[in-house]
Design a binder for this molecule. Structure first.
Ligand code: APR
Ligand code: PHB
Length: 389
């Protein structure tokens, strides 16, 4: 087989890139190791920056998002028994949209299928070759048969554990990593959200987040030690723990019910530099990870692939390589700022097992400063709605 761009991975990064390229008349094939059901079974964050919404519009997949997405003009911070609203819209003139990543993926998959573009699911032993040359090759096996795709470029959109970054010699990359000593236990339930907007709660017992997927479906998280096992958390234990970490008003109005899903996610910050190796480009979680505080993961993936799509359009449509050559440096500038924000918000809101009394007082002083200073609130709001790129 031959194509212009071979995309590894059918997560949101790979699917959005495929859609943007197809819209621009650039031929692409996606090679994914899992099944469509598996890809759709993953539950992840659901906050879209306005630039991400614009990207989905540009890709022609925003109809359902426009209909079902919940536009939020603010978020709430809860600590010391009280809630404090940060009015994103008043502070920076922009909002965020609550729309589950699973739904984004579903819309992108449907659009790709409707356009009849090739996606190879359940590809085994995917391997990348000759990407240092002008004739890269992707090999894989499916149903016992060996296949080869010849292409001009490879886009590595295969997530943190994917093969793309691992295919690059270690001497060609520099990686930066921080692993946090706790995880998030998340629970999904068909209960009305406790509040109209998201609540980020900092408490002696640990962080908690009240989020949502719709007006009837809630997504809640509590910080747990990394060693925790999901089997040890009954629904009752989860609800009790969440209630204890919220302000009294929220705790009282919390509607509980059976869980649909429960899982524990580790928290990590990670960046790989650069993001280009010859004709292989890394995008999304393949190149960087943020802790979920601030919900930047999907948004960064979207800004990477928008930049990559623009670069490829420059090459194929205008015979101009400048945008593509600037890809890695341009993405990394935005990525590092989102890394900083996610790390900062994580450090501010969580209980760290090794934090001494001084560290705790610093957190309390910073929270107090945040709610009493418009400048500090604006800095948070500017980052939360997404920096320009
Ligand atoms: N070959 C082919 N596909 C692979 C391989 C491989 N060797 N390894 C992984 N994949 C696939 C995974 O099965 C997955 O479907 O690549 C896809 C990567 O998708 P994500 O992990 O969702 O990564 P990305 O698209 O960059 O997502 C960015 O979405 O998933 C969240 O936390 C993520 O919020 C971030 C955003
Ligand atoms: C979510 O809804 O899953 C979510 C929302 C905000 C975050 C992280 C996760 O910061």
């Amino acid at each position: 087989m031959r194509t212009q761009v071979a995309i590894i991975g059918a997560g949101p990064a790979g699917l959005l890139l495929g859609q943007l390229l197809a819209k621009a008349g650039i031929d692409n094939i996606i090679i994914e190791q899992r099944s469509p059901d598996y890809v759709l079974g993953r539950i992840r964050a659901g906050i879209l920056e306005s630039v991400t919404v614009d990207a989905l519009e540009r890709a022609g997949v925003a109809a359902r998002l426009r209909e079902d997405g919940l536009v939020h003009d603010g978020i709430e911070l809860a600590f010391d028994g009280r809630r404090h609203r940060i009015d994103l819209h008043v502070l920076v003139g922009r909002s965020v949209t609550v729309y589950g990543q699973t739904e984004v993926t579903r819309d992108l998959m449907a659009a790709r299928q409707a356009a009849g573009i090739t996606t190879v699911y359940e590809a085994q032993d995917v391997s990348l070759h000759d990407f240092g040359s002008a004739r890269p090759v992707v090999r894989y096996r499916k149903d016992g048969m060996a296949h080869e795709i010849h292409c001009d470029y490879i886009a590595g959109c295969d997530g943190f554990h994917g093969i793309s970054r691992q295919s690059v010699p270690q001497t060609a990359t520099q990686t930066f990593e921080r692993v946090y000593p706790f995880g998030w236990l998340g629970m999904l339930s068909d209960t009305p959200p406790v509040a109209d907007e998201l609540i980020y709660a900092s408490h002696e017992r640990g962080f908690a987040l009240c989020s949502m997927r719709s007006r009837t479906r809630s997504r809640y998280y509590v910080q747990v030690p990394s060693s925790e096992r999901v089997e040890d958390w009954s629904d009752e234990r989860f609800w009790d723990e969440l209630r204890r970490r919220l302000d009294p008003q929220s705790a009282q109005s919390l509607v509980t019910g059976p869980s649909i899903e429960k899982s524990i996610a580790p928290l990590r910050s990670f960046v790989c530099e650069p993001m280009r190796f010859g004709n292989l480009f890394l995008a999304g979680d393949a190149a960087h990870i943020v802790p979920p505080t601030g919900a930047k993961g999907l948004n960064l993936a979207a800004s990477d692939v928008l930049t990559l799509a623009d670069g490829l359009v420059g090459v194929y449509r205008h015979d101009d390589k400048r945008e593509l050559d600037a890809y890695s440096a341009r993405c990394l500038r935005r990525i590092w700022k989102a890394e900083r924000f996610s790390w900062w918000m994580t450090s501010l809101m969580h209980r760290f097992p090794d934090a001494d009394d001084f560290a705790r007082r610093m957190q309390q002083a910073e929270l107090d400063y945040l709610i009493s200073s418009e400048a500090a609130c604006r800095a948070l709001a500017e980052n939360y709605v997404g920096l320009p790129y």
